[in-house]
Design a protein around this ligand. Structure first.
Ligand code: NDP
Length: 283
């Protein structure tokens, strides 16, 4: 067979983009599996997003990730959204189907895949801090995966209330809002606690959530979305109190695995991807 010098092209559109480690993680998987594929990290300004999406189609890209600030803005430039993206109202992964772009959202699916390595969400009572993009994705997918009740704890009542309505109206789970204007006491009986705010993200590594520490204990799973540093203050405290902890690298790797499956059909080795990120981030 004649050699092919044409690689499968994938990548990311975001701005800023220089600190996004996804390229290292995805290309490590491509190399590990011997795929002739590339992941190009692109800094795309908001007013050039439409051009970037058209350009990717013109150049035959298999798909791309969208990160901030494009996750909602990209939607009018796509042809179709799957159920996750429709419910969440944001797209972080586009997949080429012939000459059409399908938009999906792998953030919440990645979170649930990571969660399932330690606990099944079925019937669980969840406390979720935050109501931004990551929290919406996590809430929707956790509810679709069977979580019974989600308490959204958020500083802004308006944003928190919108997420509660979304969960109640569009998923089988029940939901309530706790406005986060005081030290929050995690209710007894909570099985899963999730930080989906940006508190603890590098360089603000010592920032802590306003939580009553005594309310976290054994029998709870405490998960953080923060990938860098992987061991946040929340996880260190929770581990000391006997909880099972889950870091944000698991979610990042799992959503990468789902994206690679969409674009190449390969089930990528999550261990190789995680080790690449661990080498990049200060543990
Ligand atoms: P958004 O800006 O959409 O939402 C941020 C949320 O954090 C809001 O609910 C906001 O509350 C809350 N928040 C921020 N600072 C504070 C504070 N000091 N006190 C209380 N609440 C606060 O961000 P995203 O949802 O897109 O991202 C959140 C985090 O998730 C980021 O750090 C990102 O790195 C991480 N992430 C990780 C992924 C992974 O794969 N591991 C994937 C996607 C995101 P309010 O509404 O009151 O402003």
């Amino acid at each position: 067979m004649a050699p092919s010098f044409l690689s499968v092209l994938t990548g990311s559109f975001a701005t800023p983009a220089a600190e996004n480690p996804t390229v290292a993680m995805v290309e490590a998987a491509y190399r590990h599996h011997g795929l002739d594929a590339r992941y190009i990290n692109c800094d795309v300004a908001p007013d050039r997003l439409a051009d970037a999406v058209c350009g990717a189609m013109a150049m035959g890209w298999a798909g791309f990730n969208c990160s901030l600030p494009h996750k909602v803005a990209v939607i009018p430039h796509l042809d179709e959204l799957d159920e996750s993206a429709q419910l969440i109202g944001a797209v972080n992964c586009a997949v080429r189907r012939g000459d059409r772009w399908l938009g999906t959202n792998t953030d919440g699916q990645g979170f649930v895949a990571s969660l399932r390595t330690v606990v099944e969400p079925t019937g669980a009572s969840v406390v979720l801090f935050g109501a931004g993009g990551a929290a919406r994705a996590i809430a929707v997918e956790s509810a679709l995966a069977g979580a019974a009740h989600i308490t959204v704890v958020n500083r802004s009542a308006a944003r928190g209330g919108e997420l509660v309505s979304l969960i109640r109206d569009r998923t089988p789970a029940s939901a309530e809002l706790a406005v986060w204007d005081h030290r929050y006491v995690v209710p007894a009986g909570t099985e899963i606690v999730v930080n989906a705010t940006s508190i603890g993200l590098f360089p603000d590594v010592d920032a802590r959530l306003e939580i009553e520490p005594q309310s976290i204990g054994p029998g709870m799973v405490v998960a953080d979305v923060i990938p860098n540093p992987p061991r946040t203050g929340l996880l260190r405290d929770a581990e000391q109190r006997g909880a099972t902890v889950l870091d944000g690298l698991g979610m990042l790797v799992s959503q990468g695995v789902i994206g690679i499956r969409h674009w190449t059909g390969i089930d990528a080795d999550a261990g190789v991807m995680r080790q690449t990120l661990e080498r990049l981030f200060v543990a």
